[in-house]
Design a protein around this ligand. Structure first.
Ligand code: SAM
Length: 280
């Protein structure tokens, strides 16, 4: 089942959180000259038109990147992320939103490698055409979870693996943990960043328990809630689970999350947290 299209959700509060974390990790990896691999298991289409029918229909970006776009008091932790957004929007109008592959494309260096997989029959060709001229990139219509077995460890022995499935199927909550285990078995020093939605809190508690039971250590959780937990339909929060985070990430997120929460949720509802699921 592949009914999810990220174009309906691009630039929402969950993307802001995810892409802030993604860009901070990439910037940390760049502190050493040695190349690294960026592996994006669930890549999406790459570029999203915010004035397009899908984004306009939900208007989600208006409560996400739309609230950051005109601010002139951005914390420095958002500098890399916002530089990519500005590069796609050279005028005053916010028209395009770059997904995780295009954020990586701009932030990575010539010596780094980009490996992208996407399964959707409409989104895959869009993604492939974005990277046609990029010699660093390999773009495949393939299952993202399989890449954790076939592409790791990278030759460079350095890397960021972003896992961002749509959670359309309940099995995704278990598949991500199995995937992380497979990847970690092959490449225990890599940085893994897993995105999750909070729709039913119980599902996330169960997922974290399963993750703890793997024995993997050094796991940081970052979460931003725009509403209190609820058993009604809909996403109330989203988060990132980061295995082997760069040492600065905890403090960077503690600096920037209160600002993001205040800016994205002026009512003050919800919460934000940075928490070690398992310490080093
Ligand atoms: N990472 C993207 C970003 O931040 O811009 C958004 C990705 S979107 C949340 C999830 C994507 O995963 C969808 O485009 C969907 O088609 C794709 N997908 C679903 N199952 C997949 C699988 N098993 N392997 C690869 N891609 C898959």
């Amino acid at each position: 089942m592949l009914s999810y299209r990220h174009s309906f959700h691009a630039g929402n509060h969950a993307d802001v959180l995810k892409h802030t974390v993604q860009s901070l990790i990439i910037e940390s990896l760049k502190e050493k000259d040695k190349p690294f691999l960026y592996l994006d298991t669930h890549s999406g289409a790459g570029r999203y038109q915010l004035s397009g029918e899908h984004a306009e229909r939900t208007g989600e970006y208006l409560e996400g990147i739309g609230l950051l776009w005109q601010r002139d008091d951005l914390p420095e932790e958002l500098a890399a992320y916002m530089s990519v957004i500005r590069n796609f929007n050279r005028t005053d109008r916010l028209r395009y939103y770059p997904g995780s592959p295009l954020i990586a494309r701009q932030l990575l260096r010539p010596q780094d490698k980009i490996h992208l997989t996407e399964l959707h029959p409409s989104d895959f060709p869009l993604l492939r055409s974005e990277f046609q001229k990029d010699e660093r990139a390999k773009v495949q219509r393939a299952d993202g979870y399989q890449q954790l077995k076939s592409q790791l460890p990278p030759l460079s022995r350095r890397g960021l693996i972003l896992m961002d499935p749509p959670y359309e199927m309940k099995t995704d909550y278990q598949d991500v943990i199995k995937g992380l285990q497979e990847g970690y078995k092959r490449f225990a020093t890599g940085t893994y960043a897993l995105w999750y939605p909070v729709v039913m809190r119980q599902q996330i508690k169960r997922m974290l328990k399963e993750l703890e039971a793997t024995g993997i250590r050094n796991i940081l959780q970052i979460e931003l809630a725009v509403r209190p937990d609820s058993d009604q339909r809909g996403m109330t929060a989203s988060g990132m689970i980061v295995i082997n985070p760069p040492w600065k990430l905890e403090q960077q997120m503690k600096n920037v999350l209160p600002w993001l929460h205040k800016t994205l949720v002026p009512s003050g509802n919800g919460h934000q947290l940075v928490n070690w699921v398992v310490p080093e």
